[in-house]
Each structure stands twice: as structure tokens, then as C-alpha cells.
Design a protein around this ligand. Sequence first.
Ligand code: ZN
Length: 340
Amino acid sequence: MKAAVMHEFGGPEVLTYEELADPQPRKDQVLVGVRACALNHLDLWVRKGLPGVNLPHILGSDISGEIVEVGEYVHGLKVGQRVVLAPLHFCGQCEQCAAGRQNLCREFTVIGNGVDGGNCELIAARPMSVFPIPDALDFVQAASVPLVFLTAFHMLTGRASVRPGQTVLVLGANSGVGIAAIQMAKLFGATVIATAGDERKAERAKELGADFVVNHYRQKIGDEVRKITNKAGVDIVIEHVGPATWGESVKSLKPGGVLVTCGATTGPKVEIDLRFLFSRQLSFLGSYMGTLGELHEVLKLVFSGKLMPVVDKVFPLSEVRAAHEYLEKSQMFGKVVLEV
Ligand SMILES: [Zn+2]
């Protein structure tokens, strides 16, 4: 099969498009012919070098395709079915996995991070990670969904327990998580304040349902949130940016508010003023991907049209370097997807 392979860590130039041996699925797996694989910021981090990544390595967490082979022990799936794969890798037998909390498994990692991903023509998968997709959803759209929609769903429901009537601040409206979180918070009956870096992105955020948009380059997020909420602040902040916005995110919280973060795009270290934390009774929560059960729930919302994937640009797999360069410029609104 053809694959985009990394033999070393570094810039986009370390990605080489080459011929590899086809994977041999086990009897309890299906073999999926990959048709599309969406990029995430995670691909950039892994490409630059993360601990626990063995070389050579194949990137790619968000995979859609067609089943081309079904193992002897697999039931309920058939050759030719159009599917999307869960971007989760877990042991499947520990206490956490048994309780349905796969993202707390000791072996948990994201497909394409700790294990090889879908920037290739064929991938083997366990049946529990394979989700048939409706005809209305094409492969590119389907590949745009799993990682960011699952992440946003776990942040808003599993961690922050969003309720109707609350106000949610979503950082970075143009990011995959931002696009998912805006739509989801609206669906759950919240008022949404989003942040965006320019007018075009602000307009797109409003089209997705954001009630208010703050320009995070020209305006102070905390001040604008105070104005919009009549000094009350927000119930929930959806963070993934890190040091560049952390202070403003904390300032935007109302007493008892919850900040939930799933990323550190601008760096790993932030300051916490303990006096604010205890006196205003704030909660700072970490969130990492989500569970298989949550993926079932969120995919139902996508398949029924209540949540919409947003695709920015499609590249052929052979142009994976150009796709990485494009993603690194952060000019996109929506997902960058490789077509296989
Ligand atoms: Zn486990």
C-alpha cells in the first residue's frame, strides 16, 4: 500500500510518500480501505517529536473508508460498508475500559499518536471502533468529525456538564474543537460567546450559531465578556489555546465557573492565582478525547444533521507536506483533509 511515513521528527519535509507492505488484520479485526483522513494539530506535534512515538511512524487520527476484509470472528460488519473509525487506542480489558472510560485506560493513546494512523491506504481495526456512516455523509465530511467532535462533546458534557441557559465562552472559533463546541453548546441550549482572529472567521462563527464573537487580537476577551454578560461572566470556558489566552479565560469566568481545557497550542505553562481559584470557587478541568460511548452519542447528532462537520480544504495524500504547511499557517476555518 501507499503511505505517508515519517522516518524522523522535524518539519513537513520528513513526511515521505512511499510503498509499504499491506497490514495483515487479525481474525477479530476488519481491514478498512482508507478514503479520507483529516489532519489535527496533534499531527503537527507528533511530527515535530513527542515522547512515546516510535519511528518509522504513520500519522492520522480521523479515518473514514470502506471495509475491504472482515475477520473470521467479526459479526455485524460486511465488506463494502462505508465507515468512520474511532480515533481511540485502548486495551479493552482493564477496569477503566470495562467501565466505558477508555480515555482513562493506562494504554490509552490517540490513533496516529502512540500507534500508527490512517495516512495510508489500508488500516486494521477492531469492530468496536468501526462506525457505519449514512449515505448523505461523504468520506471527507465523515473524516472531519471524530476527534474534534468527540473532544468538544467530552469537554462540554462529560467534564463541564453544560445545562440549558448557561453561557459558554469558546476560544478559537475557527479551530476544529471551536467549530464543534459552538454548535454543541447551542444545541444544549447555552448562549455562546466565541473568539475569532478576523472578520471572516467571526462571520463563520455566527453562521454556526455563536451569539457573540470577540476579536481575540483587537479586543481584551475578559473585558468584552464582562460587557456582553452585564459583568456576570460565563459559566464555562472551552480552552485549548494555553498561555496566550489563559489569563483572559480565567477573568471571563463567573464565580463558581468551570474552565475546561484540552490543549496547549501556545505552550504548556500557565499561572494560576490561588486567591482567585479559592475565593471565586473556580474549577479548572482537564479533558482528553472522550469515550466510545460518547462517540456513539455525538455521531448520532452528526448523522441526524444536528451537528455539521466543516471542511476547509482537501489535499491528496501524496501532497501531505503541503497539507501540513497549510495547517501550520492557521488560516483555515474547518478541517484540512487528506483524500486517499
Ligand atoms: Zn484499558
